[in-house]
Design a binder for this molecule. Structure first.
Ligand code: 1GP
Length: 252
């Protein structure tokens, strides 16, 4: 039950005091446990802080457990980032407990959370209230949850969603362009979101993911005020580039 006391959230806050955060995403449907262990090692050496495990399609509970075990053997903390309830594994340290604010599907506005809450409780996982805002391309995640992705050229609309997320009590506001998106969430959207949340006197952290493939993109998001960056695809393409992206994001 130790995990329910907020150990992972405290570590997120402490690490954020020292600098920006980087999260490495691993999809158990696309990654074998052996590969996940290798990625976790690369991520750790690149300066990534946490591993997120989850996927939108074809993820079995057994594969999720095995991937998490392999990641933890490398000493990386694991947070479940559930595409569906079958991603919620007792092997993880914590779970992003998601509200998908721009899904049109009523399932994601109550039913999924009620079902998920009981599983998170039974598994003794630490829930981290997280609000998911799907922007632009949206990727497979956006399609599967019937999101109405916010157009890339509407940063003020992204910010209004982020503010609502924060006012609803989310500790993390996750701006998502979708895994493999042709371009990331625009820095202007991050900047406006940050500003509105601060104007409201709130302190939700903003993390951004999807389509980040260069140091320039990471730097622009950091300068816009992102507290955290999530990357998935890039670690498989080039461990060196991952290290440069993490450095660019943390040092800007
Ligand atoms: C996490 O979807 C991202 O939010 C990961 O996206 O695979 O494009 O890095 P990439």
């Amino acid at each position: 039950m130790e995990s329910l006391k907020g150990r992972v959230w405290r570590s997120i806050v402490e690490k954020r005091r020292e600098g920006r955060l980087h999260f490495t995403l691993i999809d158990p449907d696309k990654t074998s446990p052996a590969e996940a262990g290798r990625i976790a090692m690369i991520a750790r050496e690149a300066g990534s802080d946490f591993v997120l495990v989850g996927g939108s399609l074809g993820v079995s509970p057994e594969a999720t457990d095995a991937v998490i075990e392999a990641v933890k053997r490398q000493g990386m903390p694991v947070i479940i980032f559930p595409g569906a309830l079958n991603n919620v594994s007792r092997k993880a340290d914590a779970a992003f407990f998601l509200t998908i604010i721009n899904s049109d599907d009523p399932y994601y506005h109550g039913i999924a959370q009620v079902q998920g809450a009981m599983i998170v409780l039974y598994h003794g996982l630490e829930p981290i209230p997280t609000c998911y805002v799907i922007v632009g391309h949206g990727g497979t995640a956006g399609f599967m949850v019937r999101a109405r992705p916010i157009p890339y050229e509407k940063p003020e609309l992204v910010a209004a969603h982020a503010l609502a997320c924060s006012m609803m009590g989310s500790r993390i506001v996750y701006l998502e362009a979708g895994s493999g998106a042709p371009r990331p969430v625009p820095p202007e959207a991050v900047e406006m979101s940050k500003k509105l949340i601060a104007m409201a006197g709130l302190e939700s952290l903003i993390i951004v993911g999807g389509g980040v493939r260069s140091e320039e993109q990471a730097r622009a998001l950091a300068r816009a005020g992102a507290d955290g960056l999530v990357t998935g695809t890039i670690v498989e393409e080039s461990p060196e580039l991952l290290a440069r992206i993490v450095r660019a994001f943390k040092e800007s």
